[in-house]
Write a protein that binds this ligand. Sequence first.
Ligand SMILES: [Zn+2]
Length: 69
Amino acid sequence: MYLRVLRGSGARCSHTLSFPMPSQSPTLGDCPNCHTDISRHSLLIEYDTTDGPAAYAECPDCRDVVHPT
Ligand SMILES: [Zn+2]
């Protein structure tokens, strides 16, 4: 186990170090097919493009591999 020192972490939660989480919403977005919320749990792959970060995930509803919006 390793602990990462977060830049500018300040004094909050000084006694509890949680996992460094990206400051994003807990969902990846909506399924473009059925508009179900797709959680990060369903993430298959995440990558950067010239237009910004992109991800593919399996929709929990229609079971399709989609690009969350
Ligand atoms: Zn879907």
